[in-house]
Design a protein around this ligand. Structure first.
Ligand SMILES: [Zn+2]
Length: 287
């Protein structure tokens, strides 16, 4: 964290604890960026727990947090850095989703509250800057938008902006509609369905590490309910030629509910990156 960011965070903490008396809320403290130098950028928009009273509660939409995803993001950042020598940038939202939803467009995200609007704009400014800096350094990057869900199927859901129904009908899996269009320029004769759910897909790598996932060879057509990927994934990948993106929705059991589980999943995902990044993004580990 930079000195300026640390100061902002401290100001926010003082405001929330009442230590600052009548102090204005510093909305840039809604986001925390852990800078990195690697070809992976991680965003965790729904792990925040702070509920500043100056910000109105959102009245509609999804209001529940993705428990422990900020901590999971930190563990993933460290696990990837330990293996590759390059640290992903990590952006987390510290405010609870009942105050602002960083994975929705501005209107639904902030619902008119001026402080929430400012916080939302700052978060996405940091996301844009982090992605731009990583692309400038490495040429192309992987964006991981990290979430949590509690669907009954109890598996990791990997979102590439395709609906479950698209997977059921392969002709509907158009690479230009997804979050990995960049791959077409990197691979001649790319087998796109194989990237999504073949034996070397991210889903397959996670399954081999003991974490059921979809799409994957075992579950090539995600059963509903399934999260396809949302606002952040679309915003940072569409029309952005240097970015491949995936929304990773970690189930709660074993993956998020204990520190040991989060550590195991973070390490499995980091290990998968050692295969995934050179194979699909043609990035050498440590490059
Ligand atoms: Zn989420």
């Amino acid at each position: 964290m930079t000195r300026a960011n640390a100061t902002r965070f401290l100001v926010l903490a003082l405001c929330l604890s009442g230590g600052g008396g009548a102090c204005a809320l510093e909305t840039s403290g809604a986001s925390r960026l852990f800078p990195g130098d690697g070809p992976v950028v991680i965003c965790a928009p729904h792990g925040g727990r702070l509920k500043p009273s100056e910000v109105a509660d959102r009245r509609q939409g999804v209001l529940g947090e993705d428990a422990n995803t900020a901590d999971l993001g930190l563990r993933l950042q460290q696990a990837i850095a330990a293996r590759s020598g390059l640290k992903p940038a990590l952006l987390t939202c510290l405010w609870h989703r009942s105050k602002v939803d960083m994975n929705r467009e501005e209107q639904e995200a902030a619902q008119g509250d001026p402080l929430a609007i400012a916080a939302w704009r700052h978060y996405h400014q940091l996301a844009d800057q982090s992605v731009r800096a990583a692309v400038a350094r490495h040429g192309r990057i992987l964006l991981i938008d990290l979430h949590g869900q509690s669907h009954p199927q109890n598996r990791v859901e990997l979102g590439y902006l395709h609906d479950a129904a698209d997977y059921a009908q392969a002709s509907r899996l158009k690479i230009t509609d997804g979050s990995a269009a960049l791959l077409a320029s990197l691979h001649q004769d790319l087998d796109y369905p194989a990237f999504l759910r073949g034996p070397q897909s991210l889903g397959a790598l996670l399954e081999r590490a003991g974490f059921p996932a979809t799409p994957s060879p075992r579950e090539p057509i995600p059963s509903e309910p399934y999260f396809r990927g949302g606002y952040t994934l679309r915003r940072l990948t569409s029309g952005n030629p240097g970015v491949v993106g995936v929304q990773i929705e970690a189930n709660r059991n074993r993956l998020r509910d204990s520190a040991e589980g989060r550590q195991r999943f973070a390490e499995a995902l980091a290990e998968a990156m050692l295969d995934y990044l050179p194979r699909w993004l043609l990035l050498k580990p440590g490059s």
